[in-house]
Design a binder for this molecule. Sequence first.
Ligand code: F6R
Length: 238
Amino acid sequence: MKYTVVDSYEKLSRLASNLIASQITVKPSTLLGLATGSTPLGTYKRLAELCKNGDVDFSGVTTVNLDEYAGIDRSDINSYYYFMNTNLFDHVNIDKNNTYVPNGKAEDLEAECKAYDERIKNFGGIDLQLLGIGFDGHIGFNEPDSEFVAGTHVVTLDESTIKANARFFESENDVPKKAVTMGMLSIMQAKKILMVVNGEGKKEILEKALFGPITPKVPASILQLHPDVTVIYTPENA
Ligand code: F6R
């Protein structure tokens, strides 16, 4: 595991975007696993700049996002589908037909989860997965549990996750209680993992995940078993 601490959010975003851009340059048909949240925003902004300058080409890239709220419409400004389009896909030369976010409004969510895993498998797995970490140690929306769940599945969000994500909604009550998340298998089978983390408040859980016992109570701790993980942390807030 490569654990890099940098002194600014700007530097974190620069390093992370450079890593993603290099991956795409080395393999133009990359299957890129993406995350939402505040931390990757600077990375996405910089990827858009790199693309505008001709320094990265998204035309052959396919993306799969980690998660989506259940029951939320894709046109809803709080959907992760909307987030990805407005923060990245609208600003790079990607074919939007090749961007996948779980459909949290699918009539049959179980079938949606199965199809999501099949799609990733048929692509031959994720080449590079971008991750953040939740205050409770979640990756994607894999919340602390008594076991690691392998496949894409529906989860009930933890109180702490609902509280943390309330900043995007009018009130805490508006935060969906359930979500669809990629499970641990697709994440752990990604060839490379890049985790970005910012803020003093995340340091304790990050170090627990990286250096503490491997346990489903701290979902991100499973990354200790992955052969190619890069973590970039800055104490600076976004
Ligand atoms: C979002 C996701 C979450 C976030 C995590 C950190 O797609 O998968 O696991 O990465 O909650 O979020 P931020 O970056 O807002 O601290």
